[in-house]
Design a binder for this molecule. Structure first.
Ligand code: SME
Length: 154
């Protein structure tokens, strides 16, 4: 099977599992923690998998899996803030070429940030995933991760 098909099938299984798990509670923290745990341990190419959440104008770390990360992100810098401001998914094939990338872990080489929307279409945070390889993330990741984060608000 081609690599793309393997990736799509893996996302499909994760999506189905989360569809069953997330309705068990409406609690947002429990849902975020569940998404982070499943994605991180089923996708070996992910080195850090977690959430940054807008709180009183700051971007604060939420549930995550992986090495210790920055708790508060410098205002209006980096990929996560760009995800908040642009309100769309950002794929960074080489973080060293992203002008104001915030390096919480110097081993990170590529990254994807997916914006989180509430039912009123307001952005309230981002899903952030890092990888130690370059060019890890593609439109397949974008498509499935956007579907997965939509489950959090259902
Ligand atoms: N790289 C992110 C910061 C968060 S860490 O990757 C976990 C950014 O530039 O916003």
């Amino acid at each position: 099977m081609a690599n793309k098909d393997i990736l799509k099938n893996r996302y499909k299984r994760i999506y189905n599992q989360l569809q069953d798990l997330l309705p068990q509670t409406n609690n947002r923290i429990a849902r975020l923690a569940t998404v982070a745990a499943i994605l991180h341990f089923k996708m070996p190419q992910f080195s850090w998998t977690g959430f940054y959440i807008l709180c009183g104008g700051e971007l604060i770390v939420g549930p995550y899996q992986g090495p210790l990360a920055c708790q508060v992100l410098d205002k209006k810098k980096g990929v996560c803030w760009a995800g908040i401001e642009r309100k769309k998914t950002i794929i960074v094939p080489d973080v060293h070429k992203y002008p104001d990338h915030i390096a919480c872990d110097s081993r990170t080489n590529s990254e994807i940030v997916v914006s989180l929307f509430n039912k009123d279409n307001q952005v309230w945070g981002v899903l952030d995933i890092d990888s130690r390889q370059f060019e890890t993330f593609s439109d397949i990741d974008k498509e499935w991760l956007e579907k997965i984060v939509a489950l959090i608000e259902q």
